[in-house]
Write a protein that binds this ligand. Structure first.
Ligand code: IPE
Ligand code: IPE
Ligand code: MG
Length: 250
């Protein structure tokens, strides 16, 4: 029986973020070149998107390419970019059928032109969809995002559009790439690595963290449900004590 049946629909994380890691190791382990792992990783993306849609998660954010990933061999970077273009194109009917709204975060200007074009097309086509918001983090780095936000805020101050005294957490939040998204409740990282790798540093301030040894190409719906069940077993206290949290749940 699927673990899905055990999930409490009233205790779902609104926003799940995933560091999809382990494609290269998966491929090496099977005797293939690293890039084959990325190709198989696309299947895991589909499984995860479907699983999140089925249980009713509002927002799913996937770390697909970091600001640091440009340092990889050119062949690997080129393969990742062309996989992005082909997968986005191929998945359009699925996005439409499942009412999925696609968006992207990161410094998108630096993406190759064909990737940018395909991405913008999918974003435009799905913008009125209202089921799951699927956000792809592409050329995304949390530090870059914070630098970018700081520049925009500074310009507003210089132009007298904003006063220094008005800067608060909401102002910072609304200048991040993620400004339309709810805070991250749950962060999943596959492949056994226990680090954040410059992903959503501000946004995960109070997220529950989940690390699994499963390599990304092997990650499937049941793995996602297992992660969600683990999330539901936790007590999120947000600085309070247990009794206060229990009372507020009653
Ligand atoms: C994650 O898998 C995919 C991207 C970072 C684009 P990796 O390619 O990092 O796989 P490992 O960590 O080398 O196994
Ligand atoms: C993080 O994975 C980036 C993505 C999943 C896109 P990496 O494999 O690049 O992370 P590090 O370098 O091992 O920390
Ligand atoms: Mg990796």
């Amino acid at each position: 029986m699927s673990l899905k049946t055990k999930i409490d629909p009233n205790k779902l994380p609104k926003h799940v973020a995933v560091i999809m890691d382990g494609n290269g190791r998966w491929a090496k382990g099977q005797g293939f070149k690293r890039v084959f792992g990325h190709k198989r990783g696309v299947d895991a993306v589909r499984q995860t998107v479907e699983a999140a849609t089925e249980i009713g998660v509002e927002a799913l954010t996937l770390f697909a390419f970091s600001t640091e990933n440009w340092k990889r061999p050119k062949f690997e970077v080129d393969t990742l970019m062309s996989l992005l273009v082909s997968s986005l194109k191929k998945e359009i009917p699925t996005f439409q059928k499942n009412n999925i709204k696609v968006q992207a975060i990161g410094n998108l200007e630096k993406l190759p032109n064909n990737a940018k074009k395909q991405l913008m097309e999918v974003i435009e086509l799905t913008k009125n969809n209202s089921n799951l918001t699927l956000t792809l983090a592409l050329n995304y780095g949390s530090r870059e995002e914070i630098v970018n936000a700081t520049k925009i805020i500074s310009k507003k101050i210089v132009n007298n559009e904003l006063k220094i005294e008005e800067i608060d957490e909401n102002i910072i939040n609304s200048h991040l790439y993620t400004f339309t998204l709810p805070v991250v409740d749950f962060l999943i990282r596959t492949s056994g690595e226990k680090r954040i790798s410059n992903f959503l540093l501000w946004q995960i301030a109070y997220a529950e963290l989940y690390f699994t040894n499963v390599l990304w190409p092997d990650f499937n719906k049941e793995d996602f449900y297992e992660a969600i069940l683990n999330y539901q077993s936790r007590e999120r206290r947000f600085g309070k004590i247990s009794e206060q949290v229990e009372n507020s749940n009653k």
